[in-house]
Design a protein around this ligand. Structure first.
Ligand code: ZN
Length: 191
């Protein structure tokens, strides 16, 4: 699938909205992405994640990890395509941690995946959690990179679609200045 074909899938499922949105961070943006609306369809999730897995398969990972909740399905389907384990991290007292008895072998090559990379914040936290568990992060993947490719996580990174989505402080938001009504979507997939 090309980037445009993937974007058409997102639009078809109302997972990519264009307009004027207030994000959970409080910033305003002209586009809003909710991957869960695409990932609710297992066959589509499987196909998208298989394509992401094909970009990351040469890194030799034997486990895939993702931050819950947004990354769980992506991790699971990428791991399925690669024939490896899928783990997730979650916050405990605000700190991203591997729980539930999940273990990573010392030095085990690990992929960290996400649905959307915006600032890379939750991906970075997951990388730290994997490293603290003894894993060696060999690459990072996401369905969507909305940083325009600018986020640098210090390891090879792939995304199916790269978008350069601007976000604005409300005080400087050109959409506010133009008088466009602002929409607050139900919840956001990524911080
Ligand atoms: Zn605005």
């Amino acid at each position: 699938m090309t980037e445009n074909e993937i974007l058409d899938i997102f639009r078809k499922h109302s997972a990519l909205l264009e307009g004027h949105f207030v994000l959970t961070s409080g910033l305003h943006s002209d586009r809003y992405i909710q991957c869960a609306l695409v990932l609710q369809h297992p066959a589509t999730a499987e196909a998208l994640c298989a394509q992401l897995a094909s970009k990351l398969g040469n890194l030799g990972a034997t486990v895939v990890a993702a931050p819950a909740l947004g990354g769980v399905i992506v991790s699971y389907e990428v791991a399925r395509a690669l024939g490896v384990r899928s783990l997730f991290t979650e916050r405990q007292d605000g700190v991203m941690t591997l729980r539930r008895g999940f273990t990573i072998a010392p030095g085990e090559p690990t992929l960290v995946v996400e649905d959307v990379v915006t600032t890379g914040g939750s991906t970075r936290e997951t990388i730290t959690a994997v490293e603290q568990a003894g894993g060696n992060v060999v690459g990072v993947g996401s369905l969507i990179d909305r940083s325009g490719g600018k986020v640098d996580l210090g390891v090879p990174r792939s995304a199916l679609v790269t978008l350069d989505v601007k976000s604005y402080n409300p005080a400087d938001c050109p959409l506010c200045k133009s008088g466009t009504p602002v929409v607050k979507p139900g919840s956001r997939s990524k911080r």
